[in-house]
Design a protein around this ligand. Structure first.
Ligand SMILES: Nc1ncnc2c1ncn2[C@@H]1O[C@H](COP(=O)(O)OP(=O)(O)OP(=O)(O)O)[C@@H](O)[C@H]1O
Ligand SMILES: [Mg+2]
Length: 169
């Protein structure tokens, strides 16, 4: 399985699976994805608690702003905004969202005309979710490969959904 450091460029039109041995690889994947983004792109970051969703978002946002950009987890604010040169980046953590209606109040549909949305816990959007998006799932590797019980690293599965990048495919 390839790691982000094996790739100079990533083809987001193709489903792919990458091996992320450590947090640096997770942020590197975020930075690689950042090079391909344009306004109106939606990234869904899936994965259980602590799988590295915010680490990936941090790498992505720092690549688009500055390496020392503060990128707090938007767990309590739900949404954080960053100005990248070509578009705004909205980083959301919807874990604490109590209903999709609350998401409606965030005005995501309007923001999408000029922004990129990077969304942790996207399932919380319910029927207000986006069909056209890039899904990135972060998960632990198979335990059977770690008989001694030391599980480290993550697997990232990237899958374009709906009409994401269809025009380029
Ligand atoms: N590829 C990796 N291998 C090992 N550890 C990693 C990897 N990527 C990130 N981590 C670590 O996982 C921990 C949790 O990361 P992070 O906060 O980004 O997770 P999260 O998915 O956003 O969690 P939450 O659901 O609580 O928002 C951090 O300590 C980070 O260093
Ligand atoms: Mg997080």
């Amino acid at each position: 399985m390839q790691t982000p450091s094996d790739l100079s460029k990533i083809d987001l039109t193709q489903p792919q699976t990458l091996w992320l041995p450590d947090e640096a690889a997770t942020t590197q994947l975020g930075a690689l994805v950042a090079t391909q983004l344009k306004a109106s792109d939606v990234l869904y970051l899936h994965g259980d608690l602590g799988m590295g969703k915010s680490s990936l978002a941090r790498g992505l946002i720092r690549a688009l702003t500055s390496p020392d950009q503060d990128v707090p987890s938007p767990t309590f604010t739900l949404i954080q905004s960053y100005d990248a040169p070509a578009f705004e980046v909205l980083h959301l953590d919807l874990y604490r969202l109590t209903s999709p209606d609350e998401a409606y109040e965030l005005g995501l549909d309007d923001a999408l005309s000029h922004a990129v949305l990077v969304i942790e816990w996207p399932d919380r959007l319910g029927h207000l979710g986006f069909d056209d998006r890039l899904d990135i799932c972060l998960e632990l590797p198979d335990k059977t490969n770690f008989p001694e019980g030391l599980i480290s690293g993550r697997i990232a599965r990237l899958t374009p959904a709906g009409r994401y990048r269809e025009e380029q495919a």
